[in-house]
Design a protein around this ligand. Sequence first.
Ligand SMILES: [Zn+2]
Length: 91
Amino acid sequence: MTEHPLIAYLRARWDEEEQTAWRQHVPLNGAAFALADINSKRTILDWHSGAHECSGPDDNCMWIAEGDACPTTQALAMPYADRDDYPKEQP
Ligand SMILES: [Zn+2]
């Protein structure tokens, strides 16, 4: 089973952010929110990784093959698009 590089990239970013939330001396509510936010995004990504039926802006019934990144996954990755290590579109 091969995951799209974008999916692996998001999982790695959220692992980092989880570590940061634990380490930082942010007020307890802030840390709890950060961790819940990461868990929320991980749950959405789990629903949209692997082969599945998905919806996009132009097509509300599209089949996403194993190893592809669907529009939802791409939307989850938006905050990271400007980073140098962001996985580029496969040619
Ligand atoms: Zn999807």
